[in-house]
Design a protein around this ligand. Sequence first.
Ligand code: GLP
Length: 247
Amino acid sequence: MKIICAHDYQDMSRKAANIISAQVIMKPNCVLGLATGGTPLGMYAQLINWYNKGDIDFSEVTTINLDEYRGLPREHEQSYWYFMHKNFFEHINIRLDHVYVPDGANTDAEKACKEYDEIIHRFGGVDMQLLGIGVDGHIGFNEPGAAFELGTHCVDLAESTIEANKRFFASADEVPRQAYTMGIKTIMQARKVLLIANGKAKAKAMRTAFFGPVTPAVPASILQMHPDLTVVADEEAWSECPEVIGQ
Ligand code: GLP
């Protein structure tokens, strides 16, 4: 596990963008696993900035997103498909037939998840998987208690996740109660994993995920076993980890 301590959100975003950028330069036709949420927004903005300067080319890249709300069509403003297009894909030269997000509009959960695993398999797996982390230690939408051996599957969202994500909706009632997510097995099969985090709200999750026991109670803790994991977080997110802040 490679741990990087950034000063603040901007520094975290630049460092993470550098790592993604290096991946794309080293393997232009790579498969990037991408994530949504507030955390990666600064990183996407930085990558767009470098693309505009001609420093990075996404024309051969394929992206496979982590998760999607079940029941939201693509054009819904809170769908992750919409998020990715609005915040990243529309601003770079990625081919739109090279981007994949689980099909939230397909309410046949078994079919939607099976099809998604087939897509991941068809591309030979993910080269670099980007992850954020939930306040309860979730990754993707793998909530506490999630089995480590699952591929893409349908989950019931934890109350704390609905609470954390309601800021994007008119009210908590409008947050979908279920989602399709890559499973822990899928995530662990990525050749490289990059997890990013910022802010005090994530401090406890960072402590239990990276300096506590590996347990399904903290889904991100399994990443300690990944052979090529990089964690970039700011000082606030590391504030409960003296092992890092003291370095
Ligand atoms: C959601 C997403 C996760 C994300 C998490 C944290 O639940 N499914 O992929 O990592 O929220 O989001 P944020 O970055 O907004 O804190």
